[in-house]
Design a protein around this ligand. Structure first.
Ligand code: MLT
Length: 412
């Protein structure tokens, strides 16, 4: 008899965003004229930067000429892209990251899930609550958890609550955890971490032989010069941290697909027999076996992000979404909502009004003002009573959505 991976049966309902899409589609089918505005999933809306488009167009032309045509590329990504990333994203910030430690991929979502391939079972795994659901669900799929309880918390995971009282930054655990997921600027709360906070995590990880998975997909939205963009700005991180980055949100590549993962060569763990193993070798082996690289055309588009024109264009794009976030923050605050995040991040984290549950507020927003957001409880039990609003949309849609929400739900 065929056996399936029964860990999948432990997963609660659908993945959050498809579940939202299902509910929105059902509403739209029943109300075909409803002018729905989507501020739910963090999907970009503005066109790709001209520098990226021009580079990709030139790359398409190269693919049409047998003298410049490219077949399989390096599984790790082309060196010309990795070198620019190393120089401009890391070395320019004082981070000791070499091009050979960078792996180009088709997405941080994929990489944060796939990285589990090189880790065994039996690790104590810490996630914040609320958290980007991919970290939890991929661990469930890999059989690293027990079943979920009524609150949707999986046995075997260590949940670190983040809330207004701790500025949405988790306390360092008092028990030993092996794998730690950190995301800053944070999805979903929009919170950021100080260097001191990250240093505490790095010190903890080095003291306990733990590994930090640092998701920096939203680092481009940091405007405060005191806030670190990379975990490698923190002394000691090269021996305890893997960093994930993406072109999705800074350069609008959500549909184009390009991201990167940094695995320092100094990151070593021990086998059960005490032999030292470099995680870089394992990840390189995994990628070389299961992945054939990102398309040449897309990598040329990503490379253009590092040109002078590209840098200026992505700054404009990021500033545009940050202004949207500012509008959301200002309007909701003036209407009496408690509002967090949205300053160095494209997500605004809002307390639901009148004690409504996250999904109740989702339903009311959809039905009464035709605006879609993301229920906080979809990110974990501690997200109950909160709601995430994404700044990724046109200015007109953001303004219209805020006008509708504040007209209907203002408490002051
Ligand atoms: C989100 O809305 O949380 C993002 O779209 C997640 C992602 O980039 O996968």
């Amino acid at each position: 008899m065929v056996k399936i991976n029964e860990n999948y049966l432990k997963l609660k309902a659908g993945y959050l965003f498809p579940e939202i899409a299902r509910r929105v589609n059902a509403f739209a089918t029943a109300h075909p004229d409803a002018p729905i505005i989507k501020l739910g999933i963090g999907d970009v809306t503005e066109p790709l930067p001209a520098a990226c488009r021009e580079a990709m167009t030139a790359a398409v032309a190269e693919m049409g000429d047998r003298t410049t045509f490219k077949g399989y590329g390096p599984e790790q990504g082309y060196l010309w892209l990795r070198e620019k990333i190393a120089a401009q994203d890391f070395q320019a910030r004082g981070c000791d990251v070499d091009a050979s430690e960078i792996f180009i991929s088709d997405g941080s979502k994929c990489d944060t899930g796939n990285i589990l391939d090189i880790f065994g079972t039996g690790n104590a795994i810490a996630v914040t609550d609320p958290v980007y659901p991919v970290y939890v669900d991929t661990n469930v799929m890999a059989g690293h958890t027990g079943p979920a309880n009524d609150q949707g918390e999986y046995g075997g995971l260590v949940y670190l609550p983040i809330n207004a009282e701790n500025d949405f930054t988790a306390s360092i655990p008092t028990t030993k955890v092996d794998l730690i997921y950190l995301c800053f600027p944070n999805n979903p709360t929009g919170a950021t971490a100080t260097k001191a906070h990250l240093k505490a995590w790095v010190d903890y990880a080095n003291a306990h032989g733990s590994i930090i998975f640092f998701d920096a997909a939203y680092e481009a939205f940091i405007t405060d010069p005191e806030i670190p963009h990379s975990i490698y700005e923190i002394e000691g991180a090269r021996t305890c941290a893997i960093e994930f980055r993406s072109f999705s949100k800074n350069a609008g590549f959500t549909g184009t697909r390009c991201a990167l993962t940094v695995v320092p060569k100094s990151l070593k763990v021990q086998t059960s027999e005490g032999a030292e193993v470099a995680l870089h070798s394992l990840w390189n082996r995994r990628q070389s076996t299961k992945f054939n690289g990102v398309s040449y055309i897309v990598q040329r588009g990503a490379e253009a992000v590092y040109s002078e024109a590209g840098q200026s264009q992505i700054k404009t794009l990021v500033n545009f979404y940050l202004e949207n976030a500012q509008i959301i923050r200002n309007q909701l605050t003036a209407a009496g909502f408690a509002v967090y995040g949205g300053i160095n991040a494209p997500y605004v984290w809002v307390k639901t009004p009148a004690g409504l549950s996250s999904w109740n507020f989702f339903d009311q927003l959809l039905e009464k003002v035709n605006v879609v957001g993301t229920p906080g409880s979809g990110f974990g039990a501690a997200g109950e009573g909160y709601f995430r609003i994404s700044a990724f949309n046109s200015r007109a849609n953001v303004e219209e959505a805020m006008a509708r929400i504040t007209a209907k739900f203002a408490t002051v």
